[in-house]
Design a protein around this ligand. Structure first.
Ligand code: ACO
Length: 430
């Protein structure tokens, strides 16, 4: 690539510079296109559009590569923890012992919700979906600024906001679960680490402490770590879009939760389990269901399969599949839904429909099965994804705020509606 490309519009050439990323990715810089030609580009779903430059996460979907700040996901999954990885994503480097201790202390300091937040919880009906509670409570959180950050510039207050979001998303999630199940709120314990505390806050009952199983802690910590960031996906782009208007980090993260909720994105882990349950209820082993998917009966999809970016395999799915087998073996769980999942996977990976469209299991295909084995209810699955993704959202928010060249995000459109016409009085409309 020689550094420029030529675009010819109506016979007139326009030279556009190319930009090459540190991993060799090439983009065409079209920033001058509209000013010079009056044209815009059209790319529904943004499959070919780079919306920003970012130094946080690198993905090569063809090769199944995922790196956080230059570290391979498989190496982080093996050697790091969710909290260390969160620090890496937000601040760009692996923490020293002191930095990690300080970060953990800040997380502990910020884990409790403001006492008045309970009134917000109380106002939700028992049937409220935990994702709706999560987005609303994160947003509400911005109305209760910590005295340590009040009136301070973002450069000084950011570490507190970041810690508060990462820590409180866990507290909000477990509180919403306990409210829905009529259980009293439970409080974090200072001797437990992040993921252990999550399990304790979810499942400890009055007079009956949840017994921490290291294999379960490891599996859940891994699920959080594998979800911690994923480049410019729907929710992260939403966070960046909101941040570009200079809205605060709570508003931006809350918008991320809303974008994540849909079944084509974070909601897929819940949708996978719903699909497996439906197949099981109908007494199918997956064969009939797959035929319906291929026939596009009712626009059915094999949930947990396919990815906009990964076209050979999802590296997170490979790691999590291994962990899934370990957890189920450790808990001595046989699960008919797992048998169906295995059958679906086996057929789909050898079926022309899926092979020709390059559809492979994604991370959500297995994460739901692990969470079910741990005892996490299905409507909490996407909340778990949000807990994991929070460091990525925070890191992307920071990147937008630190970028002196950042402009408000404002895409264009190709208008396809009616052309100019005159207002018709009511009597003439028929
Ligand atoms: N099952 C059956 N067919 C599928 C699936 C699927 N899961 N995914 C894509 N296809 C088919 C489409 O019907 C289409 O077929 P056609 O060429 O005959 O029309 C073709 O594959 C291309 O599909 P697109 O929708 O254009 O692919 P896109 O990249 O836009 O979608 C997505 C990616 C949304 C992930 C899609 O694969 C999907 O819906 N998967 C199921 C939901 C899911 O698991 N989402 C989680 C994604 S990972 C994450 O967010 C963490």
């Amino acid at each position: 690539m020689n550094g420029t490309v030529e675009l010819i519009i109506d016979g007139k050439p326009l030279e556009l510079p190319t930009i090459v990323g540190t991993e060799g990715e090439v983009g065409i810089d079209i920033a001058t296109l509209r000013n010079k030609t009056g044209c815009i580009t059209l790319d529904p779903g943004y499959g070919n559009t780079g919306a920003c430059k970012s130094a946080i996460t690198f993905i090569d979907g063809e090769k199944g590569v995922l790196q956080y700040r230059g570290y391979d996901i498989a190496e982080l999954a093996q050697k790091s923890t969710f909290i260390e990885t969160a620090y890496l994503l937000i601040y760009g480097e692996l923490p020293t012992t002191t930095e990690l201790t300080e970060f953990s202390a800040l997380l502990s300091e910020n884990q409790m919700l403001h006492a008045d937040m309970r009134f917000h919880f109380d106002a939700f009906p028992p049937s409220a979906h935990p994702m709706s509670i999560l987005s609303a409570m994160i947003h509400a959180s911005s109305s209760y600024p910590s005295p340590k950050t009040h009136g301070k510039p973002l450069s000084e207050s950011f570490p507190y906001h970041a810690a508060r979001l990462i820590s409180q998303v866990r507290t909000i999630a477990t509180s919403s679960y306990r409210k829905a199940h009529g259980l009293p709120m439970s409080y974090p314990k200072s001797n437990l680490k992040y993921t252990e505390n999550f399990l304790h806050m979810m499942f400890s009952l009055p007079g009956e402490e949840y017994e921490i199983n290291p294999e379960i802690v490891k599996a859940l910590d891994l699920i959080f770590l594998l979800h911690a960031d994923h480049e410019q996906n729907c929710s992260t782009s939403t966070v960046r879009m909101v941040a570009s208007s200079q809205a605060n980090v709570f508003a931006s993260a809350s918008a991320g939760v809303c974008a994540l909720w849909g079944p084509l994105h974070g909601g897929a882990n819940q949708a996978v389990l719903e699909m497996l349950e439906e197949i099981h209820r109908e007494g199918d082993d997956g064969t009939k269901f797959l035929q319906e998917v291929k026939n596009k009966t009712g626009n059915r999809r094999l949930m947990g399969f396919g990815h906009r970016v990964y076209k050979n395999f999802d590296p997170r799915a490979v790691i999590i599949k291994e962990q899934c087998d370990k957890v189920l073996a450790q808990l001595h769980k046989s699960d008919p839904l797992l048998d169906i999942a295995k059958k679906l996977e086996e057929i789909a990976l050898n079926d022309e429909y899926f092979v020709s469209r390059r559809l492979y299991p994604n991370v959500d295909f297995y994460s739901g099965i692990i969470m079910r084995a741990i005892g996490i209810p299905m409507d909490m699955f996407t909340v778990m994804f949000a807990i994991g993704r929070m460091p990525g959202w925070v890191a992307n928010y920071k990147e937008v705020m630190d970028d002196r060249e950042s402009r408000i995000s404002r895409p264009r459109q190709i208008y396809t509606g009616a052309t100019l016409r005159s207002y018709k009085p009511m009597a003439e409309r028929a």
